[in-house]
Ligand binder design. Structure first.
Ligand code: NAD
Length: 273
């Protein structure tokens, strides 16, 4: 079972999905088929992950009606600008074997390139043409979101950013959520770059519900209203990460997780890239 979240354009997205970063292209079809079998219907991909074909093959083989799936992909840096996104999305659709994606994201703002606003204007046209049902951004800072607001009346449906217990993006969320921009948390488990079981109090919270620390973290994201798509290539973890609807964290337990932010970013800072 999963919950649907309504975006600012009226479309809905399954709140829990499956992430495809670092899923080996040769294994992608198998991994996605496994995830479909478990019940995932939302897949988060990107041109740069190099595995859109495998996702497309798994979708085609599944026989699951297209409208029951939610597929996201992302535009890479070299396709930014006013003219290039049209060809970029067509190439992604070709690899995916689809005629539209459900969500298309500008992968990074690259503030030094100065092309994000023009790219956004091109994205509005892709939505109007039906190539992407919803459009959004990723790794945008407040100033990048403000740049878009200056040139367009369309607010991004989502901003997909690094967000996990040690890096909770409080200021960014406070800016974007009242403006109808939903928060998608990438690296929701810290990308496995720190030992989550060592986070103070987390194991106690998990044990109180008979779940793993990772399941407790995913549950915390969901109860905070965020969209998440953990990645794993292991059948047991793929299953475990979807099994997060049978328990609920108390307010005190939510506060234990909220208190873990120590400003530790585990990946790239969008300001410097
Ligand atoms: P994640 O936080 O989902 O961590 C994945 C790693 O955590 C796995 O490789 C594994 O080592 C570990 N793990 C997963 N489930 C586990 C479990 N149940 N028990 C123990 N360990 C477990 O990190 P991610 O994959 O980087 O992020 C999720 C998705 O977010 C990506 O797959 C991708 O779709 C998206 N993403 C987007 C951006 C962006 O710039 N927009 C960047 C990174 C990731």
């Amino acid at each position: 079972m999963t919950v649907e979240i309504t975006l600012n354009d009226g479309n809905t997205i399954p709140q829990l999905g499956f992430g495809l970063f670092k899923v080996d292209p040769d294994e992608t079809q198998r991994v996605v088929e496994q995830a479909l079998e478990v019940g995932y219907r939302h897949f988060d991909d990107a041109k740069i992950y190099g595995n859109e074909e495998g996702l497309g093959r798994a979708i085609a083989a599944s026989g699951i009606p297209r409208e029951e799936l939610f597929i996201t992909t992302k535009l890479w840096r070299d396709d930014q600008g006013r003219d290039k996104p049209a060809a970029a999305i067509d190439a992604s659709l070709e690899r995916l074997g689809l005629d539209h994606v459900d969500l298309y994201l500008i992968h990074w703002p690259h503030p030094g390139d100065g092309l994000a606003n023009d790219t956004w204007l091109a994205f509005e046209e892709l939505k109007a043409a039906g190539k992407a049902r919803s459009i959004g951004v990723s790794n945008f800072r407040i100033e990048d979101l403000e740049g878009i607001a200056k040139v367009s009346a369309t607010a991004p449906a989502v901003n997909q950013v690094e967000l996990h217990p040690r890096f909770q993006q409080t200021e960014l969320r406070a800016y974007q959520e009242p403006r109808g921009i939903r928060t998608e948390a990438w690296g929701p488990l810290g990308q496995g770059k720190y030992e989550v079981a060592e986070l103070p109090g987390l194991v106690r919270v998990a044990e109180a519900h008979g779940v793993s620390p990772q399941q407790a973290i995913l549950r915390w994201h969901l109860q905070e209203g965020r969209i998440v798509f953990p990645k794993s290539s292991h059948p047991e973890r793929i299953r475990e990460n979807f099994d997060v609807f049978g328990f609920e964290l108390t307010d005190d337990e939510m506060n234990v997780l909220r208190g873990l932010d120590d400003g530790t970013r585990v990946s790239t800072d969008p300001a410097s890239w």
